[in-house]
Design a protein around this ligand. Structure first.
Ligand code: ADP
Length: 270
């Protein structure tokens, strides 16, 4: 009788466990479906304007009678659009393989050049919100990074610092060096991130209430992807301070010690 009762208890426990596992699996499958739906929607939404940006900007570039500055700006548009297209391709790849990131192709890269490119690409968005961009970074700053991936990280941090800023605000990019690391700080004068949200903003698809309320679009994917990319470079990305006066994100990377230098992407538009 005792054995039969014990078997009954064990059976009930096992059934509960099976139900729990089934629920967990269902949740995971739902989360995966949500992610895939979002990626599909983002891809669809961005492809059309991207095609138009690329087509039009290339036409402007080809028109030799256009003033030089227009051609330079158009060059920036083309590179920005190509960068977005590369990100979309990676997202689609992530969808089909379940891998968030592709391999890194690192080389000694001048981060100052990358930052200037990102600032140039963000200039129009900053002007539209009357945000002033300040850069106090050494003339050359070498790091062993994948330039395309690091540009994605910098673009994301700068875009956020502009998007979530107040009209007429400021964004400062500054640097601190130690013997073998560098830290880039991106400081904005925006709405800040509440303490309860400071870890969550790195989670996929998470957007704060104020981001939802604002007119600023977004997927909630950028910070998590940026931190993954940075960590894969042996560095880290952290939100170090945030208040109603603004936020400060710090990106730490190992300094380049040796290696093959890559051509720094050009700096038109700055
Ligand atoms: P999104 O595409 O929504 O901008 P991110 O992953 O880059 O996605 O950021 C996640 C969320 O973190 C944003 O939706 C916003 O709520 C918040 N956030 C990111 N950067 C800032 C910032 N500089 N100031 C205030 N909030 C920010």
């Amino acid at each position: 009788l005792i054995l039969a009762a014990a078997a009954g208890v064990t059976g009930a426990r096992m059934r509960r466990k099976r139900v729990q596992l089934a629920e967990q699996t269902a949740l995971t499958e739902q989360a995966v479906r949500d992610r895939d739906d979002l990626i599909e929607a983002v891809t669809h939404e961005l492809r059309t304007p991207l095609t138009s940006i690329l087509g039009n900007a290339e036409l402007v570039l080809e028109a030799s009678e256009q003033p030089q500055t227009v051609a330079r700006r158009a060059g920036v548009i083309v590179r920005s659009a190509e960068q977005m297209e590369a990100i979309l391709t990676d997202l689609l790849h992530a969808r089909s393989t379940g891998t968030a990131l592709l391999g890194l192709h690192t080389a000694a890269t001048d981060l100052r050049g990358l930052i200037e490119n990102c600032l140039a690409a963000s200039r129009a968005a900053a002007d539209a919100r009357e945000v002033t961009l300040h850069l106090t970074v050494s003339d050359t700053l070498w790091a062993e990074v994948d330039p395309n991936r690091m540009r994605q990280v910098l673009d994301n941090l700068l875009t956020n610092a502009i998007k979530y800023n107040r009209v007429g605000g400021t964004v400062l990019v500054s640097e601190t060096l130690t013997a073998n690391t560098m830290t880039l700080a991106i400081t904005d004068s925006g709405c800040g991130i509440a303490p309860a949200d400071r870890t969550l903003v790195f989670e996929p698809y998470y957007r704060t209430d104020s981001a939802h309320r604002s007119a600023q679009g977004g997927t909630g994917l950028g910070l998590g992807i940026s931190r993954d990319i940075t960590r894969r470079h042996g560095g880290d990305l952290r939100l170090v301070t945030s208040s109603a006066a603004g936020s400060r994100f710090e990106l730490t990377l190992p300094l380049a010690i040796s290696g093959r230098a890559v051509a720094v992407p050009d700096r038109e538009g700055t």
